[in-house]
Design a protein. Sequence first.
Length: 657
Amino acid sequence: MRAFIVRPFGVKKDIDFDQVSKQLIEPALTALGVTGRDTIEIVTPGNIHSDMFQRLLTADLVVADVSIHNANVFYELGIRHALRKRRTFLLRTQQDDYPFDLQTYRYLTYDQKNPAASLGALTEALRQSIASETPDSPVFQWLPELEEPSPSSFLAVPRGFHEAVDQAQAGDLGLLGAEAEGFEWESEGWRIVGRAQYSIKAYRGAAATWEAIRRIDPLDLEANTLLGTIYQRLGNLTLSDQALQRVLERQQLEPSDRAEVYALLGRNAKTRWKGSWDAEPALPARREKALRSPFLEESYEAYARAFGTDLNHFYSGLNALAMGSVLVELAQALPEIWSERFERDKDAESDLEERREQRQKLAAAVELSIAAAQARLRHEEKTDLWVEISAADLTVLTSKRPSRVADSYRKALAGAPGFAFGAVRDQLCIYRDLEILAANVQAGLAALGPAPDGDGKPVAATAPPRVLLFTGHMIDTPGRPEPRFPPDKEGVARQAIQQAIETERRRPGGVTFGLAGGASGGDVLFHEICAELGIPTRLFLALPRDPYIQESVAPANGNWVERFDRLTEKLPVRVLAESQDLPSWLAMKRDYDIWQRNNLWMLHNALAEGGEHVTLIALWNGQGGDGPGGTGDLVERARQRQARVVILDTKQLFGVG
């Protein structure tokens, strides 16, 4: 989150505003983890620079000191109130009379002689302002239908960052998201990364990225809509529902966006409904539980509401028809179960007849909606696989000729990728497992061919395997004044590392692979031990072979270069960069170099595959090390991301330091 401070400069009316900022405002922002609070003094009276407009619009939080009647401060405050609904915080000391137009708005008062005394109060007040979703701008309070301009249109993301995202793998995307932090364009950079993670189904990383955006704006439309799907894919339907409900809280929402949210809520209810019965081995129990489940009705109503909101949203209409058909078919097959929800049998019969009529009307509307989508595509000379699949899905629910169902699927899926077959098969298996629409379902499944993994029944869940990430001290160079890893302690280190690896392998799920650099000492030992234990590893190098050896292997003397070369011959190797120079878009990042970047790179690649099941093994003396790219840096970042951290304390192991 980025802030911008609006204030007078220097000493004015016996108030040192630079010291107020240094002793009060900046420490409060630091305590909240807020960045980007540089101020710009307006030198020319009556003029405001374009970068000032940009910062007033794009800052997530503005803190304005209105202690004195300063024209520039009030001008900037007015611009901020006109551009952004929330997160404009006022503070002042008792000096000039408070302007009449601001007297009804809350502000914090500080002692101009001791501004630091108000640090705790300001920190808490800013925390509440950040968390509040209530507009504090008088403009948006008086004009509640007014729409904010999108800050993204003012945030120019460097071309190099775009290109890096386009070329990145899942773990690299996490690195790029972390590196965007602190730049003025960080939020838009996160969006670019989050969209890429979503598109390649890197859902764990995508969840973290979009959550960062949502911390800036809890009601962000794109973030909450995508998180609705991301959390559903990750199996957390509660968080998915919460994200989608946040979208519906928005006052102004396009019908297509609202329809999409209702459809996603319908999908979540459908997932809960399926989970309530699909583990039952006996058909009668499956059918009874499926009909009795309240999630069946909930899913149907959400899908139907989505389609009613936007009749072009044929996907939701098709799903409403599917859930409604399941309900009608099961109610007809199990009249005694269906009648349980009614006082009288004739009420049950009447309600079921009404649902049959609704199904017919809905089927006709969905058919028209799909046909309209097909016509638009023909007019635009485009094709859409999912429109054709939806047309075939409709025949399962409406056709009386199984042969037509089979023909529709064969045509729709001609040349389609494997995941499309899987999506169609999953839906048909729901009907099959409940024994409804039997002839059409059988024809459809026959047209798909055999499932690659059997009949699609769920596999029993097992504990996910862990990913091991290693970091550790290099072997001491000759003459190092303060020993960290003396060469004669290699055997001690090997034993400690092996014991840690074996302990992790005994945890539920075991270990899937290890990941480490190739520096002399701990890195090389980790790869060698994993090979002896039958655990595959991946070798991540900050630089190509020769410069990497010069920096991280050869200084230790001994046979480390030969051992490093044996690793490169056997293991998959990835190289971060061709030189120690950072990319041009990243060069301005403070206190950052290739080695710190390398740590983040390895960590995010481990998190991309292991998620919360990552263990960092650190052969470390607990000290700060020789720079920001050291072991301590990686340990801290791993803890921040909730990885399990195992410290092998070299002070105790080696008896040094």
